[in-house]
Design a binder for this molecule. Structure first.
Ligand code: ATP
Length: 512
């Protein structure tokens, strides 16, 4: 048998992964029975496990394995002033453009580039059979990603935050009452609506980071943290994306794994190098194809005004390189801004240091921040793509067959092992169940599976990424041994049942 990523195009690989996700219970379309809700997804039984496992590995490497990083689980809704201060209310927007030809709405910064003045061909209305037209590319230097037309509206900034109201007030009722019987211009009505909404307005967070800045003092003081230290968080974020794309790659509701690392001013460069390398090493630890991950330094014109260095961890998705994680050196911008607006000193006093400004012992400063910000749901997609493989070969009858397998790292796999009684009699199910209980006592998630033939069960577990199958057969009952089958090599070894748990555990811990 030969193993390959897929002998087909990137699109085909994505459609195979999307189909496997649905068929095997990883990811479903949200509200599917009602036709689905665009770009919203539900993680099924195995997807929920995979996502939890990725988050747990991140948490282990960020929090449990370090003395100087602690966790936080903050609320999704925060005081609206947070978003005013952070700049999200005024600046967290993407340039939105309408295509005047096919009515597509898209992001100007992601649109296909074209030489201003050059002539491009497109079809009227973007419909097949429409009249063939051509027009010059405007100074914008891009065309519609859907139909290729250069006839576009002006760009306008579209804020990505979801706005909602908190408390038992309905701003619309209030405005409706005021408007009753009045004929007012649209601009005035808009102003009244904005005023009414403002009283109870709140936002769904577009990133988890801000809560770690505004809780800086509480965390530092309650845990007696000494700089350098970090606050880590895994949680949901929401962005009303203009274009959602590539399955769970870009959705409006998603999860992030972010860490704010507070360090002494002047040390940010060395910490940036440290975290950049740590994060790449983390991905490499779980990946099959290490070459599909790369670091890309941001050009100066890409950097946010407060940032002095930034890297993206990029992954080679089936459609090309794209972001997986951003690692930003954010200077003291966030803490300083929140301190100025709230009036609370978000600073740190180091008794051991000399104040560089006065030369006196003791230094109070606002820490600088390095922020590795990873996408959890995007990592689910990345690890699924990395793991997907097909093996082609021939079966015993000489028929061509394809073995589909998810070569997930054992620590990420939903089940760590499948316990399979060969037949449902002769004491085999009882013996298998005893083994299942032993795994469960140790908190290791395994699957007891006695449905269909053993070959079908192996295939099913290959396809959902179960790294080991432990088969209890007639000999097991007689001599207390079982067969351990390795997912990736399909090789089988015989070992005592009493050693099975330790064998699987040793494989899980290898390289950790
Ligand atoms: P992009 O350039 O892809 O829009 P970004 O630079 O806006 O991403 P950040 O604000 O740096 O993203 O967020 C950190 C991480 O959160 C990203 O690297 C990505 O993995 C994840 N992420 C951001 N937006 C989304 C989204 N809409 N859906 C899924 N994951 C997302």
């Amino acid at each position: 048998m030969s193993t390959q990523k897929s002998d087909t195009s990137g699109n085909d690989l994505m459609s195979k992964i999307v189909s496997l996700c649905k068929r095997r219970g990883f990811v479903f379309q949200s509200s599917e029975i009602y036709g689905g809700l665009k770009s919203c997804y539900d993680y099924g039984p195995l997807g929920a496990e995979l996502k939890r496992n990725i988050a747990a590995e991140w948490w282990r490497s960020m929090v449990y394995e370090r003395d100087n990083i602690v966790g936080l689980d903050a609320s999704i809704m925060m005081h609206p002033q947070v978003w005013q201060t952070s700049g999200h209310l005024s600046g967290f927007s993407d340039p939105l453009v309408d295509c005047l030809n096919c009515k597509e709405r898209f992001r100007a910064d992601k649109a296909p580039r074209a030489e201003p003045g050059s002539s491009v061909n497109y079809v009227a209305g973007g419909k097949s059979g429409g009249a063939k037209l051509s027009a010059p590319v405007t100074d914008k230097g891009y065309v519609c990603p859907q139909c290729g037309a250069p006839t576009l509206s002006d760009e306008r900034q579209f804020n990505l935050m979801f706005r909602t109201s908190l408390g038992p007030v309905d701003p619309l009722t209030e405005v409706a009452r005021e408007l009753d019987g009045k004929a007012l211009p649209a601009a005035k009505i808009r102003e009244m609506l904005e005023d009414a909404a403002r009283k109870s307005v709140t936002y769904l967070r577009p990133e988890t980071a801000q809560s770690m800045f505004v809780q800086f003092l509480n965390v530092q003081q309650s845990m007696s943290m000494k700089v350098p230290f970090g606050i880590a968080q895994v949680g949901k974020s929401f962005r009303n994306e203009i274009v959602t794309e590539h399955f769970i790659f870009r959705s409006c509701e998603f999860e992030q794994m972010e860490m704010e690392f507070f360090c002494e001013p002047g040390t940010q460069k060395e910490w940036m190098t440290y975290w950049r390398d740590e994060r790449m090493a983390w991905y490499h630890r779980y990946a099959n194809d290490k070459n599909a991950f790369r670091l890309r330094a941001h050009e100066n014109d890409e950097l946010a005004h407060y940032s002095d260095e930034c890297y993206d961890v990029e992954y080679m998705y089936p459609w090309g390189w794209g972001e997986l994680e951003g690692i930003a050196s954010r200077t003291d911008y966030d803490l300083s801004r929140h301190a100025a607006e709230s009036g609370v000193k978000l600073s740190y006093f180091d008794q051991q240091k000399t104040d560089p400004a006065t030369g006196k012992p003791g230094w109070r400063y606002v820490p600088y921040v390095i922020e590795p910000a990873a996408g959890l749901t995007r990592s689910v997609l990345c690890f699924l793509i990395d793991a997907y493989a097909e093996e082609t070969g021939v079966d015993a009858e000489g028929e061509g067959k394809t073995r589909v397998l998810l070569k997930l790292h054992p620590r990420l796999a939903p089940y760590k092992a499948a316990i399979l009684p060969l037949v449902k009699k002769d004491g085999q199910p009882e013996m298998a169940m005893e083994l299942v209980k032993e795994f469960r006592r140790l908190g290791i998630n395994v699957s007891y599976d006695d449905k269909q033939s053993i070959g079908k069960r192996y295939s099913r577990h290959d396809e959902i990424g179960t790294p080991y199958c432990l088969t209890i057969d007639n000999d097991s009952v007689k001599d207390g041994t079982l067969t351990l089958r390795d997912r990736d090599t399909a090789k089988q070894v015989r070992l005592p049942v009493a050693e099975a748990v330790a064998a699987v555990k040793a494989r899980l811990d290898a390289g950790m």
